[in-house]
Write a protein that binds this ligand. Structure first.
Ligand code: URA
Length: 268
């Protein structure tokens, strides 16, 4: 069979292939989400009630009753509850310039302000990855799980560019250690680029731009601490193609359809 270049073909229930530029069919990973999560995201009911509906045999996927809670579905699956097809929530995408003192979460048991509180929408958006309470800068929020997955998966090598103000004057030797790899949580993480921007000998501080592709908890702070430099201040200047131009602290904007398409093109 010969296909149309860059078109997608369904060859099995959950298997797609893409006909590539080099005239080959390449298997494509399909992003799947748990059925109860998709039902809850449609706004019909809570996730817990969705689980009861599934267990009670009220939910069909592509015409078939599903009672298994672990079942995963993709965006094109038809979901019915009591024989009525549900409308899936429209996808929304935002870029926020996160201020200091806001938590990167959808809710907080201590009642602190979250990044979701800063965005005016009724969609069930969530932050992609995490910036610490005291870290500022570029943060994406969306309700599109596949989009979030592309941005966070290390295999896609998405740039996360930070500016760190360090206590102490960093030297080439320590910068090389960051580039060669540092062990965090028993895995090796590397800075893909490190640029020394400024040193202030009077205040004993350094300003460094660092680019990473992973998103481990407190990764940048832990990398610098491992080479002996506590981070005093941290800002994410860019994630993928999204920088902070024209966004003041606390401001946000919607991503354009073209920008969303560009991120989808990064999927490996
Ligand atoms: N690395 C950190 O240490 N903190 C952040 O907020 C982001 C990356």
């Amino acid at each position: 069979m010969i296909g149309i270049k860059n078109s997608y073909y369904l060859i099995d229930k959950q298997k797609y292939v893409r006909y590539s530029d080099s005239n080959k069919f390449i298997e494509v990973e399909i992003y799947m989400e748990r059925l109860q999560k998709v039902i809850a995201a449609s706004g019909i009911t809570s996730r817990r009630k969705a689980e009861e509906l599934i267990k009670n045999g009220k939910v069909k996927v592509n015409g078939k009753v599903i009672t298994e809670l672990g079942t995963k579905v993709n965006n094109s699956d038809e979901i019915e509850i009591d024989n009525k097809t549900i409308e899936k929530e429209a996808k929304e995408y935002y870029l926020l310039n996160k201020p200091r003192g806001v938590i990167t979460s959808t809710s907080d048991e201590k009642g602190r302000k979250t990044v979701c509180d800063l965005i005016s929408t009724t969609a069930r958006i969530y932050p992609v990855g995490r910036l610490d309470y005291d870290t500022t800068g570029a943060l994406i929020l969306t309700n599109d799980g596949e989009f979030a997955n592309i941005l966070t998966h290390p295999k896609n090598k998405i740039d996360k560019v930070y500016i760190a103000k360090l206590k102490g004057i960093i030297k080439g030797e320590q910068i090389n250690k960051l580039k060669n790899g540092i062990k965090i949580d028993n895995t090796l993480v590397k800075a893909s680029r490190v640029k020394l921007k400024k040193v202030n000998p009077e205040k004993n501080t350094s300003l460094v731009e660092i680019t990473i592709h992973e998103g481990k908890n407190h990764q940048v702070k832990r990398m610098f601490e491992t080479v002996g430099f506590p981070v005093e201040k941290l800002t994410r200047e860019r994630i993928a193609i999204f920088d902070l131009s024209n966004l003041k602290s606390g401001e946000y904007r919607k991503l354009t359809p073209k920008e969303v398409q560009i991120i989808y093109s990064y999927k490996k």
